[in-house]
Ligand binder design. Structure first.
Ligand code: ZN
Length: 215
């Protein structure tokens, strides 16, 4: 929804309701990422008209402080960055597992996110504790960036490890996703494709979503 028209949000919510599978909401705090997007008033407003599940992606420091508030929006999925929890605060303690557990205890699917410069193997210790992982195929912080092609190998590596362990963890991909790379992403093992500008800036957004599905 980062690429939605915020003056006509109802129209874009209606578009997602009619054609997509979920609402992906990028929350930026200006500290974890060098940009600020939107917060709970906007999420609540979207939630009030959404008929598809909400997927809240927290690009913020100290995400454990906001998981409960995300739960109050009615979101079905919440994710946060491993970089923000694995070495948290002055003590440098790893708060990843407790944050995942908190999200699940509130009835949400819990997801762990990594930026392109974090080895995909860093997610392996947490695979039993997540419902999904989110691979950033651009650096978190801005919409409209170009897809990083190496993301395909990262997704394939992750998919193989999830298969080897017999887990049902879903792989979500976020950043520069468009009809031109959607097929390759699905083939590499992605289950959920997040698209922003390639849908909302398209001349025919509904057709762009159909193209992403490979139909
Ligand atoms: Zn996102």
């Amino acid at each position: 929804m980062l690429s939605a028209d915020f003056l006509h949000l109802s129209q874009d919510v209606a578009l997602v309701n009619a054609h997509a599978d979920l609402f992906h909401l990028d929350v930026m705090d200006g500290t974890f990422v060098p940009n600020i997007s939107f917060g709970f008033p906007v999420i609540d407003a979207i939630a009030s008209e959404a008929t598809k599940p909400l997927d809240v992606h927290l690009m913020i420091v100290e995400p454990w402080k906001y998981i409960e508030r995300v739960g109050k929006t009615g979101a079905a999925m919440v994710s946060f960055h491993l970089e923000a929890t694995r070495s948290a605060g002055l003590s440098g303690e790893d708060r990843t597992s407790e944050t995942l557990a908190l999200a699940r205890s509130l009835g949400m699917q819990a997801g762990l996110v990594i930026n392109p410069d974090v080895p995909v193997e860093d997610l392996f210790p947490y695979l039993e504790e997540v419902d999904f992982v989110l691979i950033m195929s651009v650096f978190a912080g801005f919409g409209g960036q170009k897809f990083i092609p190496e993301s395909l190998d990262r997704i394939a590596t992750l998919r193989e490890e999830i298969r080897r362990r017999g887990l049902s963890v879903q792989i979500e991909v976020d950043g520069g996703v468009s009809p031109s790379n959607a097929a390759a992403l699905r083939e590499a093992g992605a289950d959920i494709l997040v698209a922003g500008s390639s849908v909302f800036k398209a001349a025919d957004p509904a057709a762009a979503i159909t193209a992403l599905r490979g139909l």
